[in-house]
Design a protein around this ligand. Sequence first.
Ligand code: CP
Length: 310
Amino acid sequence: MRHLVSLKEQSPDDLRHILDLASKIKTFHRRNSFLSQRTLIMLFQKNSTRTRLSFEAAMTELGGHAIFLDARTTQLGLADFQDEIRAIMRMGDILMFRALHASDVEVASSMNVVPVIDACSEKYHPCQALGDIFTMAEKAGSLDKIGKVVWLGIENNVSNTLMLACAKLGIEFWVVAPERDPASLDEELIKQTEATRYVHRTLDLKQALDNAGFIHTDTWMNMEFFENGKVKSNYEDEYRRRLNVFNPYQINIELLTRYSPNAKIMHCMPCHVGYEITRETINHPNSIIFDQAENRKHIQKAILSWLLTI
Ligand code: CP
């Protein structure tokens, strides 16, 4: 049985197949009945805008049905996780799980009841990575023309899976990150990427951004630092520390003009305006952030089809 958990388990041909399928579905089969009578269970232990909408719309447009399950309104809080998840998976054809812990996604997939998707845990975000590569290939003209991809800011779950996907597909990937989110560390994944010649690490912006085709970022401020638009007093020191550490890697007009005026700007969203990215760069002609968001829906269709029908 196929699962989409970390991308470690997918071959380069699997990734190419999903990307090719997304392109065909977006071009020729936006609305179809590929997933007629199929049920997707979407279990969320954390909030979401894009992941929920893209999966739900994908199921509707391909003739299936998606059930939204907010973990906070289920019995998951009071019962044994393994019993509950086993019962949940009996109700549908596929499980999409936004989990607090990647290990719980692995427990669910190891039961092999239905295909399981990690829909953003603390370590992985495979659907985001595939959607981002789909978007870059679309903008570049093909997968082979993507060129140099740069990740700026903090290393985390999103950069992990994007880096791994790029390494598997032979795409040059530069990480410019002074720190990593400690919860996202996966030594095995790093080893897989470092076994290729495609991943590079530096804090030298000029070296990384020279001739970059695409620049990505993600949030480096935690939302629990804030209340009513202000920094909570107990987080003030960490807030100031992070500003100091990460601000040199903010995507802003000055950085673009100086190092990479032609690069396309990407962000997995939600954007934290004024921190990792400025308003001017979100709205810049080089920004492809909203195409990137829409492509989540097209890639979800391909992922669902690949997991369920092929
Ligand atoms: N990028 C992403 O996964 O967005 P959501 O958290 O809104 O789903």
